[in-house]
Design a protein around this ligand. Structure first.
Ligand code: IVH
Length: 712
């Protein structure tokens, strides 16, 4: 090959036209060599020959930068060892699925979808049903038919760049013929049972670590920094979803799957269309019955609305689509001895009983801890006092039945009284916090006993801090649960509350015993840590609210609060002025759709506790809190407006109208006030329309609304 065309000509002597031709030839030659090496496992040229091609390509590109091709080999890692994974911001968020655990929940899903779309029970609605593969999701980006990037899901918004590794997976095409210019194909990377067993046998023989299950093996293999290791681990891929696409792939979910097949992807052969829940459930039974013979792990069946226009209308909740659900298989079970019951204290002071078990394998995973929920659960009662397990209590020394379903922490389901040791005594739940000795009290209506120590309880403080730095909160690189424990216990550089994190660098600088002199830290890692902390001084409002760890205020609640109050100043003022149970601020908070009185009371209470409040003020003084504006919706005509729907809507259900308005950045409120910008009134609008008139708030009908948002 080195002798053909201009290959022997010095780069300096090439004309532009010659250079373009040679770059094309080099791209093809290097791609062929990559494929031979990575996917066909049959290298055609020597390493030195390969390097020479890459070098010549780089030299020509350096002289003619404008000729650099979009599929330039210099942008591809071709099996080289990558230096840590880069981050990839997903063009379209990677979502997860809501779970259903029984047939009723599937029926409820269908009802919810129909209600949202205003479809009666007799109206046709097609779903797809397909196995839920127990692997890890991967997003593949093709530009002009060329695989340019592969990224893991990460937190859904930012994943890891595993392009070099994905190129080693045989099921993943490197090039596509007649694909749209931009196409992101998403699916699951998994490992077959046979390959998993062979891999573990090899690892055991070499004395290295064995994987607990095929999913861990697949994840561990895909996330290898050295792509040659990934290549030696046989991974597979099923395509089932997509991210950014420059043109529609089909009109239905099943149409897209067919298109994926034509493009050369593997799709799951057990995917079918069903016209009703009966059909879904019988496919669930069929897939469940064949599960053991599939040769790879699945943990349920995914149902999706087939029509993509309906999917679009249904849209998304914060992290899951409304148009899909995962119907999980029942949990896997095993019996073992309960060795001890430990009490853990969480960030809200909850005392959680944890079962320490004689290790046992449950569905391929060794389990030695399980949750026991709360004191009633141990005693054999539910929260209303009714008997569970026919009233059988759980005692240390008992034989207990452990189960796990998917990712959730193992649980204890039953106890075998026939094998109970004679000396086993009923478990007495502590009424003092095991961490700080404060009273642990159980309020009426609460299933949980809580430590009353608040900030003086080290367990609560430390759990709050761990939550604060967790991935959905501040997500500070290099500051995880382990480091929090270390800093919390540290006398020289203590971190006892969130604000302390942001004064670490300053305190370290003033300190003689520098962090960089300690074991496990070096100049470089300390600089990196301080930079990572610095980077998070700017924080979006929703993340900050979530990070505070206020009881009952989760990710969704935080987003609702942030979108409503927009700025920290407004949120803080409202919480400070609000009174639980009454007054305009209380009304306003409760009028936010999705915010209930429990969340509202909890948020207000936090701001009214003097020491909590002081700690909060110290934290916020360290930060620049970013207002909540959804970037993508900032330019919509209703962005930032407060809208009230009233009367009967004829083109869509109230739920759909609200979801759409919110997706465009509007705030939807249940009541009309001076803060309302727009009232959308359908036939039969009553008191709200009158109030809008009285307040001089703009009022339009449904058609005008649809025109306004560009949906007419
Ligand atoms: S659809 C927008 N289909 O399950 C919805 N997911 O629990 C995108 N998964 O993160 C997901 N098999 O990793 C879909 N047939 C399937 C799936 C599947 C496995 C995984 C996926 C997702 C997780 C959610």
């Amino acid at each position: 090959m080195a002798e053909i065309g201009t290959a022997g000509v010095s780069v300096d002597d090439l004309t532009e036209a010659q250079a373009a031709v040679e770059l094309a030839r080099l791209a093809a030659a290097i791609d062929a060599a990559n494929r031979a090496y990575h996917t066909e496992d049959a290298p055609e040229i020597s390493d030195a020959g390969y390097d020479a091609l890459k070098r010549r390509n780089a030299d020509i590109e350096a002289r003619f930068p404008l000729l650099k091709r979009t599929d330039s080999p210099s942008e591809q890692v071709g099996g080289a060892v990558s230096e840590g994974f880069g981050k990839v911001v997903h063009a379209v968020r990677m979502l997860s699925l809501e779970n259903a655990f029984g047939r009723d929940e599937v029926a409820a899903f269908d009802e919810r979808v129909r209600r949202f779309l205003n479809l009666g029970p007799e109206q046709a609605l097609t779903y797809t049903a397909e196995p839920k593969i127990d692997g890890l999701s991967l997003s593949l980006r093709y530009e002009n038919g060329v695989l340019v990037q592969a990224a893991t899901r990460g937190d859904g918004e930012v994943g890891e760049n595993v392009t070099a590794n994905a190129r080693t997976i045989a099921d993943i095409p490197q090039n596509l013929v007649s694909a749209p210019p931009v196409l992101e194909v998403r699916g699951e990377v998994y490992m077959s049972h046979v390959d998993f067993q062979a891999l573990n046998a090899r690892a055991a023989a070499e004395g290295s670590k064995v994987f607990a299950n095929p999913r861990n093996a697949a994840a561990g293999s895909l996330r290898q920094l050295d792509a040659t290791i990934t290549k030696s681990r046989p991974l597979r891929f099923f395509a089932y979803a997509w991210g950014e696409v420059s043109e529609p792939l089909a009109a239905t979910q099943s149409g897209v799957i067919a298109r994926f097949n034509e493009l050369g992807f593997k799709t799951n052969p057990l995917t079918v269309n069903c016209s009703d829940t009966e059909g879904l459930l019988s496919q669930y039974d069929r897939i469940g019955a064949g599960r053991a013979d599939l040769g790879y792990d699945i943990d349920g069946v995914v149902y999706k609305v087939d029509d993509l226009e309906l999917q679009r209308r249904l849209g998304f909740r914060s992290t899951t689509p409304r148009w899909a659900i995962a119907h999980k298989f029942p949990a896997e079970l095993a019996w073992t001895r309960l060795l001890a019951i430990d009490i853990q204290v969480g960030r809200t002071g909850a005392l959680s009983p944890v079962a320490r078990l004689q290790p046992v394998t449950v569905g391929g995973v060794v389990v030695s801890n399980a949750t026991l929920h709360n004191e009633d659960y141990i005693a054999g009662r539910d929260s209303t006092g009714a008997a569970i397990r026919e009233g059988r209590d759980i005692r240390v020394g008992d034989w207990v039945e452990v189960y796990r379903a998917g990712d959730v922490i193992p649980k204890i389901r039953d106890v075998d009284l026939a094998r109970r040791p004679a000396a086993a005594m009923p478990y007495v739940f502590p009424d003092k916090c095991p961490e700080c000795g404060s009273d642990a009290v159980r309020e009426a209506g609460d299933a949980v006993r809580r430590c009353t120590g608040g900030m003086i309880c080290p367990a609560q403080a430390i759990e709050k801090l761990k939550h604060f730095v967790s991935r959905a909160a501040f997500d500070i690189e290099g500051l995880g649960a382990k480091q929090i424990e270390m800093f919390f216990a540290d006398d020289m550089l203590p971190v006892r509350e969130p604000a302390d994190i942001f004064t670490l660098a300053e305190r370290d600088a003033a300190n003689l015993a520098k962090l960089s002199h300690r074991d496990g830290f070096g100049e470089k890692s300390v600089t990196k840590l301080f930079q990572a902390i610095e980077d998070k001084r700017q924080i979006p409002l929703a993340r900050l609210i979530f990070a505070l760890g206020i009881r009952h205020v989760g990710e969704t609640g935080s987003a609702l609060l942030a979108n409503h109050y927009v700025s920290w100043a407004a949120f803080e003022r409202a919480m400070t002025e609000a009174e639980v149970g009454q007054g305009p601020e209380w009304e306003e908070l409760n009028a936010i759709d999705g915010v209930g009185s429990v969340l509202a009371a909890s948020a207000i209470t936090t701001f009214h506790q003097a020491h909590e409040r002081a700690s909060l003020d110290r934290l916020v003084a360290q930060l620049q809190v970013q207002d909540a504006v959804m970037a993508r919706t900032a330019d919509s005509p209703v962005s930032g407006k407060t809208v009230v729907f009233t009367g009967t809507l004829e083109k869509m259900t109230r739920a759909e109208a609200k979801a759409r308005a919110e997706a465009l950045g509007a705030k939807v409120s249940g009541s009309v006030s001076a803060k309302t910008d727009l009232v959308v009134a359908g036939p039969g609008a009553g008191s709200k329309a009158r109030q809008a008139e009285a307040l001089g708030v703009e009022m339009i009908d449904e058609d005008s609304w649809l025109r306004l948002i560009g949906a007419a």
